[in-house]
Design a protein around this ligand. Structure first.
Ligand code: HEM
Length: 177
């Protein structure tokens, strides 16, 4: 048996769904969306990006609610107090990063009138998104989120491979109780 209890199934599902969507969106945003010219070819990718982005924001808020309403496993420890504090801080910053991406994305959309140009096809796309302050924030939030995800994955692997405490099983399905 694992040394740890596990997270609620709803949280496990939301965790892996948001991990997949956020990582996809970070690469899609940096490698595809940002590089497209502001013409017809950008409308569908932008629509997909905005819909998934709003979905991530919504499921992150639902996740915080579910997290507060369901029993949590005992706090994980590495045996090093400093690392444990960093681990908890990274978890909170991940929530903040996901919410920051969503809110700054909405900020760009409102200022650049993207809900009209992308979904109603009314008005042109801006030639330069960086004239809108939330676009600058969106870029920095993306870099911060990428770094946090890197730290989060490194910590999970440290537990799994070095400490061998099977911590990952807390965030997986198939528990009998
Ligand atoms: C968690 C949710 C989101 C993630 C992970 C995400 C990710 C990204 C990334 C990585 C970029 C490129 C940033 C850069 O390299 O400077 C980007 C650009 C952008 N995102 Fe998001 N985004 C999210 C939510 C949203 C939302 C909700 C909207 C609008 C409703 C939005 C609209 C945009 C726009 C307009 C751009 C600029 C495209 C350009 O510069 O050509 N994003 N996003």
């Amino acid at each position: 048996m694992s040394a740890y209890a596990h997270y609620d199934r709803k949280l496990v599902f939301i965790h892996w769904l948001s991990a997949f969507l956020i990582i996809f969106m970070l690469f899609f945003g940096m490698l595809v969306l940002k590089r497209l010219p502001s013409d017809e070819s950008k409308l569908i990718p932008l629509a997909i990006h905005m819909i998934i982005g709003l979905t991530i924001l919504m499921i992150t808020l639902i996740r915080i609610l579910v997290r507060n309403m369901t029993p949590k496993p005992i706090p994980a420890t590495t045996g090093n107090r400093m690392l444990d504090i960093i681990g908890v801080a990274v978890h909170y910053l991940l929530y903040l990063g996901a919410i920051g991406m969503g809110i700054s994305g909405i900020g760009i959309a409102v200022q650049a009138r993207l809900f009209q140009s992308v979904f109603e096809r009314v008005g042109p796309l801006p030639q330069n998104f960086y004239i809108y302050p939330p676009r600058i924030g969106h870029g920095y939030f993306a870099l911060a989120l990428l770094a946090l995800i890197g730290l989060h994955i490194a910590a999970a692997l440290y537990h799994q491979i070095i400490l061998k405490d099977r911590l990952l099983s807390r965030m997986w399905f198939g528990h009998k109780g």
